[in-house]
Write a protein that binds this ligand. Sequence first.
Ligand SMILES: O=C(O)C1=C[C@@H](OP(=O)(O)O)[C@@H](O)[C@H](O)C1
Ligand SMILES: C=C(OP(=O)(O)O)C(=O)O
Length: 430
Amino acid sequence: MELCSINGLKGTITVPGDKSVSHRCIMFGSIANGITEVENFLKGADCRATIQCFRTLGIEIEENGSSVRIHGKGLHGLMPPTDILDVGNSGTTTRLLAGILAGQPFDSKLSGDASLNARPMKRIMEPLTQMGANISSILRNDCAPLYITPGKLHGIHYSSPVASAQVKSCILLAGLYADTETSVTEPSLSRNHTELMLREFGADLHSSHALDSTQATVSLNPGRELYGQRILVPGDISSAAYFIAAGLLVPDSEILIQNVGINPTRAGLLKVCEDMGADITLLNEHTQSGEPIADILVRTSTLHGTTIEGDIIPTLIDEIPIIAVMAAAAEGTTIIRDAAELKVKETDRIETITDNLLAMGCAVTATEDGIVIHGGRPLKGAVIHTLLDHRIAMAFSIAALIAKGNTQILDSKCVDVSYPQFYDTFEELL
Ligand SMILES: O=C(O)C1=C[C@@H](OP(=O)(O)O)[C@@H](O)[C@H](O)C1
Ligand SMILES: C=C(OP(=O)(O)O)C(=O)O
């Protein structure tokens, strides 16, 4: 994909359904009793991998545009897979599905693409093993491919070293198949879609916050059946993030992004934008299927640097590539720290962000747990090495819009992972 600088992005757009919520609709719908109807489902490659895995586990899933109908078979209705479960590029599919498979009376194998099979799985293997699960790394490197055989699960109280919704959700899903209560404490609250949605499906689940620290605990009592739901998936704030940044950075722009999920465990980007001096207004705030939603109005703004650290990091972890682009265009220095998790995403995002910003002429330094960006220098067009990371492709496509000269995004097709229509949405704003 070849891009160059532009002016005046104007219009009203919607972004596709939330990726985290879409995955969970398929998973929870499959192990619930009866039909789950989903509207505005994200048809990105990651969520398609989740659909395919559950079909391989014997679940009928009908698709009609962005609507999906799942014929749930209850907690004990999955069938032994006839094939290895292909999780593609998706960490969420892998870790949440592993939690469900740990409770099944049959063997299963999970494997993904080269990026997925290099991501750490010890973080789920350890707690699942403590619960009595039989899960192993086939290559004995603590990564997928994973092999899971039946185990008798019991509840545990797990203190997670990382604030990770995938780890938390994996343990809670295994907890549905345990004989006693399971709880997970995390150092600060990660996205809570599992908690909100599992409760809607009928699970006996409670969340609490420590008064004297940022720690958050969620407990689940097994034994209750889940029941199919109707779910309207909110627009994905992680996808909206690119158009928020485009609206702020491209001169003479005004963009209204309708129907975006602004769950506080996901919306750290909005706080950072405010800290950087962005002109953003939330309109039409309401709740839909248990999730807070708003329309986001963005106008071109002069941004300044900020510091992003601590508890806000899990609420914007996937937005750091685009925040880094905003920081490169802002006046002054932006410091991002406490974000070592970036190293274990689809790529080492500390490295991919830093290398590509350097290529565009930005003064940037990678640190052990983040990035320091000295903004304000004009960006120049460059060849962007995405290393097949969808968020790097999208973030640097926005950088290209304010860079002098042409930018080439290598392997731009990887946007399919979370936002297949990404480049089409642009056309609507020209
Ligand atoms: O639970 C989820 O849906 C996700 C959790 C986050 O990962 P971690 O749990 O590894 O932080 C996030 O980066 C990912 O895109 C989606
Ligand atoms: C990290 C991401 O997803 P996952 O972990 O599900 O692969 C992402 O979408 O940025």
